[in-house]
Design a protein around this ligand. Structure first.
Ligand code: FMN
Length: 355
């Protein structure tokens, strides 16, 4: 596994650039890499401005870079360039401080007109510092990053999906593997399989959900770690089900259900890989879970989703679930958002299939 240094170069707190980096850090960690952060605004200002590379804290930051296999460099766009804080730090480094390292450049900015800052301003200096390979960077519009009071962040899918993809491609470059592509799947060839949470095929689903939840809610608890429900609740012998969508040996999406009450099953752990969103896979998982619930004799489905999962709420509404809350209200003021859906009786389904 690699040691990956991250450079945070916004002077602001809270920082949208740091929020983007937080998300990327979770992805890196979920793939087993060690992440060592360098937060430039926490370095002593005077030695930084005076170019004192021998100051112990600055030397320690440079040493973190030296020992890293790869580096994520992040910056807000200021005055059509990378931040001054990043500039003073890069100026302190030896000429080839990034020699042989794989680098992922990321920026946030207020206007898409400045998306080229990564390639026009940042990439040349990273090249000059000897970076071995500089992957495709990504520019996130600051309006696509929502920060919550008290911690937590929500990235618009137009930001989080490509950000996930460039991060995976960066990791592939670090490992010397081919770039991860997110080509559309052949939907007809996607297979729905019944599994258990303990199966190796389920691991991407469970790992990715933790990555998804932790930055959004800004905390680690039973909900974000998926430990609030024992995984045995999803076993068939306990009237549960765990469905995965598999394609070419990969797990693309999945979901689970467990007993909620005598006639109701609760849907949990709904997930679609970031590399395969917007292809109807979430709807397919729900349809498979509905069929499983009917087979198990349930008459209705119940679920809750968090207030910071607008894409999940949209999926449930589109799939015919009835919201049990005021859809006009701010989800943050509600907390968990409950949905319900009545199911056809199993003999109705059999008749429909036969006709
Ligand atoms: C002093 C200053 C200059 C900025 N200049 C630009 C700019 O030239 N182009 C742009 O797209 N955004 C510009 N912005 C907007 C920031 O890039 C954007 O809000 C960014 O997400 C801030 O990141 P942060 O919260 O990590 O500091 C500027 C913001 C500040 C405070």
């Amino acid at each position: 596994m690699a040691i990956i240094a991250t450079i945070s170069s916004s002077p602001s707190v809270p920082s949208r650039t740091d929020a983007v980096l937080d998300y990327v850090t979770k992805v890196l960690g979920s793939h087993g890499h060690t992440v060592t952060p360098i937060v430039l605004r926490d370095l002593p200002a005077e030695p930084l401005l005076r170019g004192r590379a021998d100051h112990p804290e600055i030397a320690a930051a440079a040493a973190v870079l030296e020992t890293a296999d790869a580096v994520v460099v992040t910056t807000p766009v200021y005055k059509a360039a990378y931040s001054g804080l990043l500039k003073v730090f890069l100026d302190l480094l030896p000429q080839y401080a990034l020699k042989g390292k794989t680098v992922l450049p990321l920026a946030t900015g207020g206007t898409p007109a400045h998306v080229l800052v990564i390639d026009y301003a940042l990439r040349p200096v990273l090249t000059s510092l000897g970076a071995g390979s500089i992957g495709q960077g990504w520019f996130v519009l600051s309006s696509h990053v929502r920060l919550y009071d008290g911690g937590g962040l929500l990235l618009d899918p137009t930001a989080s999906v490509p950000l996930y993809q460039v991060t995976r491609s960066f990791l592939a470059a670090v490992a010397g593997e081919p770039t991860v592509e997110s080509a559309p799947v052949q939907v007809a060839a996607v297979e729905a399989v019944r599994a258990r949470p303990e199966d190796p095929e389920s691991a991407p689903l469970l790992a990715d959900l933790v990555v998804e939840y932790t930055p959004r809610y800004g905390q680690t608890n039973e909900n974000t770690q998926l430990t609030e429900v024992p995984s045995s609740d999803f076993h068939a012998e306990r009237d549960g089900a765990f469905v995965l969508l598999r394609y070419c040996g990969q797990t693309l999406a999945g979901g689970a259900l467990r007993r909620y009450d005598e006639h109701t099953a609760e849907v949990k752990q709904m997930w679609t890989s970031h590399l395969h969103r917007r292809q109807g896979l979430g709807r397919r998982v729900l349809a498979e879970l509905e069929a499983a619930a009917v087979d198990l004799g349930y008459r209705s489905l119940y679920l809750t989703t968090g207030p910071r999962q607008p894409e999940a709420a949209a999926l449930y509404l589109a799939a015919g679930f009835e919201p049990q809350f005021d859809v006009e209200a701010d989800p943050e003021s509600i907390g968990p958002l409950a949905f319900r859906k009545e199911l056809p009786a199993s003999n109705d389904v059999a008749l429909k299939v036969a006709s």
